[in-house]
Every structure is written in C-alpha cells, then in structure tokens.
Design a protein around this ligand. Structure first.
Ligand code: NAP
Length: 261
C-alpha cells in the first residue's frame, strides 16, 4: 500500500480544452495535484502548457498501460481532438487494464443554423467523391493527415489551411497553402473566402469556438460546407466542458488513495 499526498493527473492533449484544463487544474488544486499533459508531438511549436509535458506516442494501449503504472498515474482525462481515433480507444483499454479512472472531455459539436448548407459525409474519401459536384475552389480545413483522400480530385483548386508547413508537397493537382493557427474571426474567414473565390468549404465537425468562424462566414456568403462527421468515442464517463472535468477531478481526489498497481 502506498499513500501519496499528491495525485497525478494525465491529460491526453493536443487541443485548446486540454491546455485550459491543465492551467485551471493547477490553479484550482495547487499542491494537491501533479498535472502531466501528453502531446503526440506533431505540431512543431505547440502552445505553452502549464505543468509537466511529455511528447510522443506511448506505443499503443500496452505502452500507455505501462506508462500509467510506471508513472503512478491516478486519473486520466482524454481531452484529445474529436477526430483522434486511435489514442482514445487506447486510453479506454489501458485505463481498464490498470483500473485507472478515465474521463473523456469532448467539446460539444456544432449544429446547423438557418442559412447553413451542410452536406454531411462519413469520411474524407466520401467528401472527395462529392466535392467536384459542389464547387471548383475548395477551402480545405481538415488538417494534414487526410489530404491524401483528395489526391484524385481533378478540376478543383484547393486553398489548404494547415498549422505547420508540410514537409513535402501535398498530393493535390492544384493548390495553395495558408499556414495559420486558430482561433479565427468570421470577418477574416469571409475575406479569405471572397479573395480566393471559394465556392465550397471542407471541414471536420470538430466543434468548439476556435474554428467555428469559417462556418459563420460560409453561412453569410451562402457557400456549401462538406462536413466530415465525428467518429464515435466509447468512453463511459464523459463531459463537455473544462468546469465539469474539474468537478470530476475533485470527486476523484476524494477517493481513498490506492493500492499499488
Ligand atoms: P490518433 O490518430 O488518435 O493517434 C495516432 C497515434 O498518435 C496514437 O496511436 C498515439 O501513438 C499517438 N498520440 C495521439 N495523441 C497522443 C497524445 N495526446 N499523447 C501521446 N501520443 C498520442 O490522433 P491524431 O488524429 O493523429 O492526432 C494526434 C494529436 O493531435 C492528438 O493529440 C490530437 O488531440 C491532436 N489533434 C488532432 C486533430 C485531428 O483532426 N485528428 C486536430 C487537432 C489536434 P501510440 O500508439 O504510439 O501511443
């Protein structure tokens, strides 16, 4: 039996919510909580984070379970992006195998408003198939990983927005890059769309405020949005806000401290 005064929270990060959670958890719980945020290590210059930071994959669910044991993690909050589809099931499995409490912090999704013209699709491949029927100049705002799906699309010019410049040319016939990190403002998004004669937007249904401005601009300009649906996450415990996540930490902090794993 080991009794430690200070609990250790692991935040699986890579989102604004994870960054805010780390900052607020340290402010609220102070010395009672040790906070480590884990980043996949994809972004070249991630925003500064409060608390400890580790970078890079764990090596699947087994690697994550080993990390949880060796680092004596008491609780995990999966605050990864809604479209991060591998780390979330890995967290579920690793936490189940190590009996570490797990919470999903998932920002609420967006809902269409009057004037929106959203075409919802299940994947980037499906979006690529439909795209030429919707427009000739697409604002592609889905990140780097799934751009390959659009490689075979002809007769569409792409304006691609990424956080980091790509290491190699993109596999697209005709494109130009915008390198920028959110949050974005509706007016500025509208200017991009007008300046580039955008006639279709391709977006992930990520939710959150930082990237919602493009949807407002598309609504104002009556531009259709090809919206990639969110993949399912299966966590049992889930909340939609940092405040609720802080309440969960408070409850976990009241549980008796534990038996060595
Ligand atoms: P993913 O497909 O779920 O993860 C791929 C692999 O990257 C995982 O198997 C894991 O490697 C590693 N990984 C992912 N998130 C990690 C984390 N927070 N800490 C340590 N390792 C992590 O995720 P993704 O879609 O590539 O996204 C990678 C990161 O970027 C995530 O942290 C996510 O929050 C952030 N992000 C993603 C998107 C998006 O659209 N997908 C957008 C914005 C931010 P091992 O198997 O080796 O453990």
């Amino acid at each position: 039996m080991s009794v430690r005064e200070r609990r250790h929270l692991l935040i699986l990060g890579g989102t604004a919510e994870a960054r805010i959670l780390a900052e607020r958890a340290i402010a609220v719980f102070g010395e009672r909580l040790h906070v480590t945020t884990s980043l996949a290590g994809r972004t070249r210059a991630p925003a500064a984070l409060a608390g400890e930071v580790r970078r890079g994959g764990f090596g699947g669910p087994e690697g994550l379970a080993a990390y949880l044991r060796h680092t004596a993690i008491d609780m995990v909050i999966d605050a990864t992006h809604p479209f991060a589809t591998q780390i979330s099931p890995a967290a579920s499995r690793a936490c189940r195998d190590t009996s570490v409490p797990l919470l999903l912090l998932a920002r609420p999704g967006w809902s269409p408003e009057p004037g929106d013209r959203w075409i919802e699709v299940g994947s980037a491949v499906e979006a690529a198939t439909i795209l030429p029927t919707l427009g000739r100049c697409a604002f592609l705002t889905i990140g780097h990983a799934e751009i390959e799906a659009f490689a075979g699309v002809v007769d569409v010019h792409f304006v691609v927005r990424l956080v980091d410049p790509p290491a190699t040319p993109l596999p697209l016939g005709s494109y130009q890059l915008i390198i920028a990190r959110g949050p974005f403002a509706p007016d500025a998004e509208g200017r991009i769309m007008v300046q580039h004669a955008i006639d279709v937007v391709v977006a992930k249904a990520s939710g959150g405020d930082a990237t919602a401005a493009k949807l407002m601009a598309a609504r104002q300009l009556a531009i259709p949005v090809l919206m990639l649906r969110r993949p399912e996450k299966t966590h049992t415990n889930r909340v939609g806000s940092v405040d609720e996540a802080l309440s969960w930490i408070e409850l976990e902090n009241r549980q008796p401290l534990e038996i060595e794993r």
